[in-house]
Design a protein around this ligand. Structure first.
Ligand code: DHB
Ligand code: MG
Length: 228
């Protein structure tokens, strides 16, 4: 009986997610092309879901974003969702450590028609972030890079934003690992995301929530608004 129940629930979850995607977050040619180009280039297929992409857009619109910072470009898929929420004079700066990935991203941005408002900067994010201070404040920061330095990325996001800005980090649920006590020495990935969550909930300048909305509700975003 338990099995039947579990199967039905899982199937329902898959159908609901597909239904929401179809209705609210359909991918257009630009997004589909970005996924195909990433696959062809051998990039890992670990991008956010379409629902998460639409949620990023929604938050960008909610804070009237003109300047967006992304830490970790991967395939450019999230960048396209974000860039499309920008006005014509808006700017998305996305940081990518791999020059090869950055080339794929630039080409996918161009194919999606957002080359004019995007900029891919290549290098280690912890070295690039201090150079962005003259371009701050950013209205939205999206963190989706290597997990161990997530707490440092958060500190930079706080320095580079303003009251009303929104900070979002991906993969902060991690099957529940991200909600437990940080164990830096044992698992640096768990340690990174759990420490980010801990710092966010303990920061009185932030109002926040983690949402399990990906990978059958086992992973997702932490979303934090910088308070006045
Ligand atoms: C991994 C990284 C991600 O950003 C993600 O969304 C999923 C997996 C990873 O490094 O395995
Ligand atoms: Mg991710």
């Amino acid at each position: 009986m338990t099995n039947n129940f579990d199967t039905t629930t899982l199937q329902q979850q898959v159908e609901i997610e597909a239904g929401i995607t179809r209705l609210f977050a359909p991918e257009d040619e630009g997004l589909r092309n970005a996924l195909a180009a990433a696959k062809k280039a051998g990039l890992p297929e670990i991008q956010i879901s379409a629902i998460q992409g639409k949620l990023l857009q929604l938050f960008a619109s909610a804070c009237n974003a003109r300047k967006i910072l992304e830490i970790g470009s991967l395939a450019g898929y999230s960048g396209i969702w974000l860039a499309r929420a920008l006005p014509a004079e808006g700017r998305l700066i996305t940081l990518e450590i791999s020059p090869k990935h950055a080339e794929v991203v630039r080409s996918s941005f161009a194919a999606a028609g957002v080359a004019d408002r995007t900029e891919v900067r290549v290098g280690n994010a912890l070295e690039l972030l201090p150079t962005l201070q003259s371009e701050a404040p950013f209205d939205l920061v999206f963190i989706d890079a290597d997990k161990p330095p997530y707490p440092q990325y958060l500190e930079w996001a706080l320095r580079l934003t303003r009251p009303g800005s929104i900070i979002i980090a991906d993969n902060t649920v991690r099957g529940g690992e991200g909600l437990r006590k940080p164990e830096q020495g044992v698992d640096p990935n768990q340690g990174g995301v759990a420490e980010l969550n801990k710092r966010i909930v303990q920061n009185p300048r932030l109002r926040s929530l983690a949402l399990a909305l990906d990978d059958n509700y086992t992973d997702g975003f932490t979303i934090a608004v910088v308070l006045p």
